[in-house]
Design a protein around this ligand. Structure first.
Ligand SMILES: [Zn+2]
Ligand SMILES: [Zn+2]
Ligand SMILES: [Zn+2]
Length: 123
């Protein structure tokens, strides 16, 4: 559980539409030779499944030293291999804060209405 929270923190620092997920040793990761420009590219399980690599020349490996996800980094892998959440296919960086803001904005009028009703009922 502790590790998951650390991943979230690392992800929230991502400013370039890259996954950048950092994993600890002995975690399963994926490498796609069809998408990889560099032979040391590696992507996390989430990005592998979100991207379409099913017909590619990929392999799953147990990361011995730990590593980081290269999804969204076009210096290491082709843009075709980026998953739906990263790289140019995702025009909105920082999706989560924006969504939260939208929710807050949508909630505000309702909260105010409810407060007004509350005051009327108590009069
Ligand atoms: Zn990833
Ligand atoms: Zn990704
Ligand atoms: Zn691929």
């Amino acid at each position: 559980m502790r590790d998951n929270r650390e991943y979230d923190v690392l992800r929230s620092y991502d400013k370039h539409d890259k996954c950048g997920l950092v994993w600890i040793p002995r975690v399963v990761a994926y490498r796609c030779r069809t998408c990889g420009i560099s032979p040391c590219m590696s992507i996390c399980r989430d990005c592998f499944h979100r991207g379409d690599h099913s017909t590619h020349d990929f392999n799953m490996f147990l990361s011995q030293a730990g590593g980081a996800c290269d999804c969204g980094d076009n210096s290491v892998m082709k843009e075709d291999g980026f998953c739906s959440n990263h790289g140019n296919k995702c025009p909105r960086p920082g999706t989560a804060p924006a969504d939260l803001k939208c929710v807050a904005e949508a909630m505000m009028p309702r909260l105010i209405l409810r407060l007004l009703q509350h005051f009327r009922e108590n009069r």
